[in-house]
Design a binder for this molecule. Structure first.
Ligand SMILES: NC(=O)c1ccc[n+]([C@@H]2O[C@H](COP(=O)([O-])OP(=O)(O)OC[C@H]3O[C@@H](n4cnc5c(N)ncnc54)[C@H](O)[C@@H]3O)[C@@H](O)[C@H]2O)c1
Length: 283
């Protein structure tokens, strides 16, 4: 299987590469187009970091089928992965197919329970709401009591859809109603809850190499289209990663963010790439 990085080179923890945001080649062989677009930026942001990211934009990763076997026997928690056709759901399927113990937390109980019937062994579903701290703690307690040490956590739950400029007036007071901030609640605060719980649990087994993967977005780097709260939430996820990674130095934990772009072909690659990074951490 060949995977081509588009914006996905952001995954590599330690690279400060947001400066090239907006330069997302649709296909890796558009090398010249990329270089042309990068020219003005190289002048604007000279330096090795940018150079690194230019290389990264054209990196092709190859995963041998045999590499998936590293997932075998590992315990993986995926938060947000019930919806059929979604990134989290595909991640569950890849991990489970490769003999990992998989726990899924999602508030979509109906599809989660259907997955339990389908996947049976080595799979456990628990309803959870990422905006509720106790719900997250319950989820982590459940996976540990079922499978023991957790090797990797993919925090993937997220929503999109907003109309920030729509004004709602409270008929009782005649005053403007406060904006609905659930996009931040789900995408940023929920992600922060999962991060806190994961790092707390990882610290209980310091000898085991652990991986935390957060799902950001292309909107973590570039302007979203009329989705300011989504943009804020996903840039916040990137901020969380950048603020935390130096604090994890010397611990047996790696922290990455994957930045999907909403194109079917890229999405497929993203799913695989997410697990490539998980795989690396499980060596
Ligand atoms: N699809 C894209 O094009 C795209 C692009 C960029 C980023 N992303 C990000 O990737 C992630 C997955 O996106 P997707 O398109 O696969 O969406 P999806 O709807 O398939 O996956 C999100 C999952 O999270 C669950 N969820 C939502 N709110 C929850 C909550 N409060 N508690 C628990 N579970 C909750 C949903 O039930 C769903 O199963 C999201 O974080 C999204 O922002 C997606």
């Amino acid at each position: 299987m060949k995977l081509t990085s588009e914006i996905l080179f952001y995954l590599e923890a330690g690279l400060q590469i947001a400066e090239v945001s907006g330069l997302f080649p649709t296909e890796y062989d558009h090398k010249q187009t990329i270089e042309k677009k990068l020219d003005p930026l190289t002048t604007q942001f000279p330096g090795s970091r940018l150079q690194m990211s230019i290389l990264g934009a054209m990196t092709t990763f190859t995963i041998e089928e045999s590499e998936w076997s590293k997932l075998s026997g590992k315990t993986i928690l995926i938060v947000g992965g019930s919806r059929s056709g979604g990134i989290g759901r595909a991640a569950v399927e890849i991990a489970h197919r490769n003999n990992a113990n998989v726990t899924l937390g999602d508030w979509n109980e109906e599809e989660g329970e259907d997955m339990s019937k389908e996947l049976k062994d080595r799979f456990y579903f628990q309803k959870c709401d990422v905006t509720q701290w106790d719900s997250i703690l319950d989820l982590f307690e459940a996976i540990v009591s079922k499978f023991g040490e957790i090797h990797a956590v993919l925090s993937n739950a997220g929503i999109a859809g907003e109309n920030f400029l729509a004004d709602e007036i409270d008929p009782r007071t005649g005053r403007l109603v406060a904006p609905d901030l659930k996009t931040l609640d789900f995408n940023l605060y929920g992600m922060t809850y999962v991060t806190k719980a994961a790092l707390h649990h990882f610290s209980k087994w310091p000898e085991t190499q652990c991986q935390l993967e957060l799902t950001g977005s292309v909107a973590s780097y570039i302007d979203g289209y009329s989705i300011p709260l989504y943009n804020a939430s996903k840039m916040g996820v990137l901020g969380l990663v950048r603020g935390l990674r130096c604090m994890l130095y010397g611990k047996n934990v790696s922290l990455n963010m994957v930045a999907p772009v909403s194109k079917p072909i890229a999405m497929n690659r993203t799913v695989d790439f997410t697990f490539l990074s998980v795989l690396r951490s499980l060596d």
